[in-house]
Design a protein around this ligand. Sequence first.
Ligand code: MG
Ligand code: ZN
Length: 370
Amino acid sequence: MKHNKYSMLAVMLVVCIFSTGRCYGQENTEKTPEVKNIIFMIGDGMGLAHVAATTIYRNYEPLHLERAQYIGLAKTYSSNNRVTDSAASGTALATGVKTYNGAVGVDTAKHAVRTILEKAEDNGKATGMVVTYSVTNATPATFIAHVESRKMEEEIAEYYLKTDIDVFMGGGTQFFKERSDKRDLADELEAKGYQIVYTLDDILSFSGNRLGALLAPNAMPKMSEGRGDYLPLATDKALEILKNNSQKGFFLMVEGSMIDGGGHKNDAVMVIDETIDFDKAVGVAFDFADKNPGTLVVVTADHETGGLSLPSGKPDFTLPDQGIKYAFSTGGHTGIFVPIYAYGAGAENFSRILENTDIPKIMEQLADIK
Ligand code: MG
Ligand code: ZN
C-alpha cells in the first residue's frame, strides 16, 4: 500500500485542523488562545474597493480596519450561483452550509440548519445582533430564522420569539407590529421579558438585560439622512449588556447593512458614508477586545456589490470635491473574493483563503461552541 504514508499524513493533518490547539504533532505544539466572546461583523456588500475608496477619501488616514492583526480572503459563491445574494451568504456565515440564493437558515433541501447564534445560546452564551437595516432583512435573518425565502419577513420576525437572543437592534417595526395576522410581536416579546424601545436615547439609557430596539418601520435612515452614530453607539451598548448577561461569554453579530445599497445604486458617496460608519463600529469592537482578553473580532463581507473599481482618470464617476474617479461595473453583486479582518484571541486562524462557510466553523471551534 504505497499511499499509506500519505494517507496517514492526510489524516493527521485533518485531525490537526479540526482540533486546533489540541494538536501535539511534530511541529504544531502551539496552544490556541481560548475564545470566550465572538464579535462577528459583516459589511454587507463591502468589497476591498469599497474599503480602498473610503481610505482614499480620507486621504489615506487609516481606518480602524487597518488595526486588524490578521487578514484573509473569503470565497462567497452560493450553492446555485457564483454570485451570491445576502441570504445564501448570510446562511453560509451563520451555519457553515452553502445554500441557494434566497435561503434563510436552511440548506439546499430546505431543512433548517442550526446557526452559530443558536448554538452559542444553547452553550450558555449571551447573544445579540445590531444592524442598520430591518432585523428581519436577509443578513440578520440567517442567524436566527429558518425559512425558504428571505421575502418571508413576517415569519422571520416570529423567530425573535423562538430564541433567547438577549439583544437585537435595527429597523423592522412593521414586521412586528403591522402584521397581516394582526399579532403584535413587540407586546409578545415584552410579555417574554424584553424591553422593546423605539429610540436611540432609550437604547442608551437601558439598564436591564433583554432589549429589542426597533428604530424604523423597515430600513433605518441612511447616514446621509441623519442616522448619526447609532451603529457604533448601539454596538457599544450591546457589548455592555452581553458582557453582563453571561459568565460564559457571548456571540454578537453587527452588520453595516447599507454599504450594499450604495453599491446597488452605484452611489459612491453612500458607499463611503456607510463604510466609515461601519468602521466606527469596528473600532468599538476592537477596543472592547483590547480591554477584554478572550474576545475574537472577525470582520468580513457577505459579497461585493457594484463591481466597484478605482481607475485612473476615467470619468465614470467623480466624487464631489474629491476628484476621486470611480467605475461601477454592475448594479448587482459580484463573485470576487472579499476581505476578512481578524483581531484578538484566535485571530491568526483567519489569515488564509477561506470558504465563507469555514468562518463560523473556525469561530465555533475556537470558542468550543457545539
Ligand atoms: Mg444585509
Ligand atoms: Zn445586495
